[in-house]
Design a protein around this ligand. Structure first.
Ligand code: NAG
Ligand code: NAG
Ligand code: NAG
Ligand code: NAG
Ligand code: NAG
Ligand code: NAG
Ligand code: NAG
Ligand code: NAG
Ligand code: NAG
Ligand code: NAG
Ligand code: NAG
Ligand code: NAG
Length: 573
């Protein structure tokens, strides 16, 4: 220390002392006595206070003082030392200690560093969605904080450090870019400041910003595929499907399906990168005409849209009507001879064709007039309706069956008038009656009123011969038809006599033969008994028993009508 002459007290201003110490008293230019300041180069929290002790070993020292712009207070003194309390330390500064030793001046200086934690650290908000494959800039702002030489800013993905830089500027802004990937979806980014005062013996201080979550997405440029029916009939519903592949994250995409300006209630499912939305489009009458179905997929603030055309049409009918009926049931029924109008109608623009005859113009009904005859019973009328929708012809058919009521009738072709049968044979009386409703048919013997079964096999007896009245009856009237049945005796008298003679002759011959054979065999002690068993032939092959219709009355004994007839029996014996 180079001793200097004492300075007037009025000159002790910080500026002058600075000038003196810096320019006139270079540090280290000391003699054998020293002036020391404790602590050396202190680091003080902002706004804090500090005790500074200036001491010297000079025996004849005087005027120990501390030069500073800060608030100071002398808090103690002793032999060779003086202590000062500095308060409200808010900024870095240099402090000086000075004293006079044996007439010369000594001094010492120290750098006072203020440290302060940043007030704020914030990661600037990122766009809510970032496309995969695009660079994302992360920006962090740190306000305040000292000393800046020891304050660094780190950008982090989770706990991974992406960038570390010294804080520069106020507020300090630090940026880094990351290439957004699928893995970054949902990743949490944050920013951290670190104040490293370990070299000053104070440790490492740090604090982090509120993390922000990144959402990344992939939305292909191709529009979604939309599957809709081309036509939809009013009152019906059909499924509408919209599919988009290559989406990420598919589960977070929004889908809107709309028919015209009506939103559809879509069910959305995603498998991997595929998104599938299904909804049911219901055609209402007010939507009739050309409509559009739109599928709009939105992800990450972007959307892709597809639209398809859909024609909504109404096609009611054909409705068939039969006028002039007596019953309203599903089976239109008329009396024979009535004039019947069969109509077929369908909606506007629909062309109807009734039994091959088209209506005058589309939208008009087709009419068919007829006089109902028995041939029209169960006649079907066929109506076809055709509607052209958007260049495609749609068909719809309907038919109705007419029922004509007519009186019973026995067709001679289906009911033989003359029958010639042999006694004890099995026969069937084939006879049919027509009519609507189905008539009841019964054949009664003219005299005995006995009934002969119809259509059922029965054994013919001699007394069945005679004239039968076959009567068909229904609510529509009755019709009677005469059937003459001629039953022939099976064995006439001559045939019986010849048969008896032949039988006797045969019997005699058999006895003679037996006697002869018995005689010959007796001598040989060998007997052959030949049993000639002649069974009486029934006269016809009886394959079935008595008719089941035994509820029919058995005709009583009636006279034999042996008149020969030319007719052959209709049923084979
Ligand atoms: C200042 O320093 C001197 C010498 O080192 C010491 O004796 C004294 O106790 C100190 N004063 C305070 C208040 O620390
Ligand atoms: C501390 O210093 C600042 C300016 O440096 C001043 O505004 C503040 O009033 C001071 N506080 C005290 C308690 O003196
Ligand atoms: C103080 O200074 C005087 C002369 O200026 C000198 O003679 C004396 O020895 C000094 N004392 C000490 C202790 O250095
Ligand atoms: C992203 O940024 C890096 C440098 O930060 C650059 O090399 C790269 O080309 C960028 N990529 C895109 C897709 O912008
Ligand atoms: C902190 O700052 C001091 C100087 O003020 C320097 O010597 C030290 O290396 C710094 N530490 C870090 C970690 O930057
Ligand atoms: C860290 O920062 C948060 C706000 O980002 C703040 O609430 C909290 O007090 C800070 N902690 C410290 C030790 O600075
Ligand atoms: C949409 O569909 C869900 C179930 O699939 C049903 O609960 C809801 O009522 C529907 N909403 C409308 C407006 O149809
Ligand atoms: C698709 O849907 C989104 C969100 O619902 C909407 O903002 C956007 O306008 C729609 N885009 C089209 C083309 O309709
Ligand atoms: C839908 O119909 C409009 C005219 O009505 C036509 O211009 C358009 O090409 C049609 N779209 C499709 C997908 O057929
Ligand atoms: C049948 O149609 C003709 C002409 O269309 C009409 O004069 C007649 O009254 C109709 N008959 C019935 C029973 O509806
Ligand atoms: C047939 O139906 C009409 C109305 O559908 C009714 O007025 C009429 O009385 C019905 N006729 C018969 C015979 O049931
Ligand atoms: C129905 O019969 C009447 C007379 O019986 C006749 O004038 C009319 O032309 C007949 N109609 C048809 C369609 O045969």
């Amino acid at each position: 220390m180079v001793p200097l002459g004492p300075l007037p007290r009025a000159c002790w201003t910080p500026l002058i002392s600075l000038l003196l110490v810096c320019c006139l008293l270079p540090p280290g230019a000391q003699g054998e006595f020293l002036l020391r300041m404790v602590p050396r180069n202190p680091v003080v929290p902002a706004g804090g206070s500090l005790l500074v002790n200036c001491s010297t070993d000079c025996p004849q020292h005087e005027l120990i003082s501390l030069e500073t712009s800060l608030l100071k207070e002398e808090v103690g003194t002793g032999r060779g030392w003086k202590a000062f309390q500095l308060s409200n330390v808010t900024s870095d500064s240099k402090i000086f200690c000075s004293a006079i030793c044996n007439g010369s001046q000594m001094s010492d200086s120290s750098d006072l560093t203020v440290y302060e934690f940043p007030e704020r650290v914030e990661l600037v908000p990122m766009p809510p969605w970032n496309p995969v494959g695009k660079n994302l800039t992360l920006r962090c702002r740190v306000a305040g904080g000292a000393p800046r030489t020891n304050l660094s800013v780190l950008l982090l993905r989770g706990e991974e450090v992406l960038s570390q830089q010294l804080a520069v500027g106020e507020p300090a802004e630090v940026t880094t870019t990351v290439l957004a990937s699928r893995n970054d979806h949902g990743a949490k980014f944050s920013c951290r400041w670190e104040l490293d005062l370990r070299s000053q013996g104070l440790g490492l201080f740090q604090n982090s910003s509120v993390p922000r979550q990144l959402r990344t997405f992939v939305l292909p440029v191709t529009p979604p595929r939309l599957f809709v029916p081309r036509f939809l009939e009013v009152g019906t519903s059909q499924a509408v499907t919209c599919i988009l592949d290559g989406l990420f994250p598919a589960s977070e995409a929004q889908v809107q399906l709309a028919l015209g300006d009506q939103m559809l209630n879509a069910t959305v499912v995603s498998y991997g990168d595929r998104l599938k939305a299904t909804a049911t489009a219901t055609a209402s009458a007010e939507l009739e005409g050309a409509q559009e179905i739109v599928c709009n997929v939105t992800l990450g603030g972007e959307s892709r849209k597809t639209q398809e055309n859909l024609t909504i049409y109404s096609f009611w009918g054909p409705v068939m009507n039969v006028r002039g009926t007596i019953r309203n049931t599903s089976q239109p029924t008329v009396h024979q001879g009535t004039t019947v109008n069969v109509t077929c109608a369908a909606g506007a623009r629909v062309q109807v064709t009734l039994d091959g005859v088209p209506a005058a113009a589309p939208g008009q009904p087709a009419l068919l007039q007829l006089n109902a005859t028995e041939r029209d019973d169960r006649r079907s009328f066929f109506c076809s309706a055709a509607l052209e929708v958007d260049g495609v012809v749609l068909h719809r058919n309907r038919s109705v069956q007419l029922h004509v009521l007519y009186g019973p009738k026995i067709d001679p072709a289906k009911c033989p008038q003359h029958l010639m049968w042999k006694e004890r044979t099995i026969q069937i009386l084939q006879c049919q009656a027509q009519g609507n409703p189905d008539p009841q048919l019964q054949c009664l013997h003219e005299d005995s009123m006995a009934q002969v079964p119809i259509g059922i096999p029965f054994r013919v007896r001699l007394n069945y011969s005679g004239t039968y009245y076959c009567r068909a009856a229904s609510s529509q009237g009755e019709h009677t038809f005469i059937v003459v049945m001629n039953v022939q005796e099976r064995n006439p008298l001559t045939v019986t006599i010849i048969m008896a003679v032949l039988t006797i002759l045969g019997f005699v011959a058999a006895i003679l033969a037996s006697i002869y054979v018995f005689g010959v065999h007796k001598r040989r002690d060998i007997y052959h008994v030949n049993q000639g068993n002649h069974q009486e032939n029934a006269g016809f092959p009886l394959t079935s028993g008595r008719p089941e219709g035994s509820h029919h009355l058995e005709p009583p004994a009636i006279g034999v009508h042996a008149q020969p007839l030319n007719h052959t029996s209709p049923a084979g014996v």
